[in-house]
Design a protein around this ligand. Structure first.
Ligand code: B12
Length: 289
């Protein structure tokens, strides 16, 4: 965004103008981001009072007036609450996210909706901002902490009592890799369907995985890697298990943004899942074989 402004408005001021139609497939996070920049740096129309933000509520009222239908107030309130959760993660506000997520749970909103519609969009936004250099490690760390706090709060509510998971899973993020949010989501969802999960944490050495497979005798071993530089650790763990004659005792599933099915096949894993929901389905499938 900064580079964009430098390119199109090399002076000290710019005039932002937003078209009056927004295509249905618009990336709203980008519009919101422009809004944030204007709120932070814009001055003339804002301070002159000409700026009238069109909220979701206004739009819904306009839609209802045009169609003659009653405004969907409940949906709007919930949508705004999800947006607040997203904001809590973006701001790295550990206390506020707990308060806001608890308020939604109290209203009967499902934990998976809070996670998927409130919290995850924030990580996507953070990822984009991290890539384009508008946020840095400290901000990402704060957001990650808020995210993990939220996951811990939601975990007991992700329970699906009738799901019947009976497996034992050992899981961890590989050596050199501190990314644990995705792995924690997988842990919560697996626990939610009833599996026993032993979480080795992040930055886990090959030998720790091998010891855990030997000692805990899990049905499934989950390996997470978020960095292209740490992906080879997955192969190292699998080779280590082969060398210690333990490979045949456990099914191995892998995940993390840079990993894919081909990598899983090449590394000799039993399966790859692209998100926590798929990880649950994959575990169920492997336990049945
Ligand atoms: C948060 C974050 C951090 C935080 C991590 C905090 C934490 N406690 O996790 C901090 C600030 C520490 C961090 C540090 C770094 N990061 Co970082 N980080 C991210 C970020 C923004 C989000 C990752 C995330 O949590 N995503 C949300 C979760 C829910 O998604 P997920 O992890 O993919 O998990 C899902 C699936 O993959 C799957 N899954 C995950 N694990 C598993 C396991 C199994 C068994 C299964 C089945 C499925 C599964 O299910 C999950 C849930 O649906 C990403 C950008 C991005 N958009 O991904 C960069 C990113 C991963 N980081 C990156 C980099 C470069 C770094 C640093 C090297 C930066 C630096 N210069 O220091 C360091 C490395 C530190 C280290 N040694 O690990 C790069 C990686 C690039 C690459 N090609 O390798 C990324 C992609 C950003 C970028 N575009 O440049 N980072």
């Amino acid at each position: 965004m900064d580079q964009f402004f430098e390119a199109v408005a090399p002076g000290t001021r710019f005039v932002a103008s937003i078209g009056d139609t927004t295509p249905p497939n618009a990336d709203f996070s980008r519009l919101e981001y422009i809004g944030e920049r204007i709120a932070k740096e814009g001055s003339l129309p804002l301070s002159a009072g000409a700026y009238r933000p069109v909220s979701a509520e206004t739009l819904e009222q306009a839609r209802a007036a045009a169609t003659g239908e009653a405004p969907a107030e409940q949906t709007l309130v919930v949508e705004e609450a999800f947006a607040r959760i997203t904001e809590d993660v973006l701001e790295g506000d550990e206390e506020q996210i707990l308060e806001d997520a608890q308020a939604l749970l109290d209203q009967g909103i499902s934990a998976s909706d809070i996670l998927n519609k409130g919290m995850l969009p924030a990580m996507d936004l953070i990822g984009t901002r991290f890539t384009d250099g508008t946020v840095f490690i400290p901000e990402v760390l704060l957001s990650a902490r808020a995210m993990n706090e939220g996951i811990t709060l939601l975990e007991p509510h992700l329970v699906d009592a009738g799901a019947g998971g009976t497996g034992k899973v050992v899981i961890g993020t590989v050596l050199g890799d501190l990314h644990d949010i995705g792995k924690n989501m997988v842990v919560s969802m697996l626990k939610g369907v009833g599996h026993q999960v032993i979480d080795l944490g992040a930055n886990v050495e090959v030998e720790q995985f091998i010891d855990a497979v030997r000692d805990e005798k899990p049905d499934v071993l989950g390996l997470s890697a978020l960095l292209t530089t740490t992906m080879p650790q997955i192969k190292d763990v699998i080779e280590g298990l082969e060398k210690t004659q333990l490979r045949h005792t456990v099914k191995i599933i892998i995940g993390g943004a840079p990993v894919n099915q081909k990598f899983a096949d090449d590394a000799g894993a039993d399966g790859y899942a692209q998100d926590a929901g798929d990880a649950v389905a994959l575990t169920k499938k492997l336990l049945a074989t």
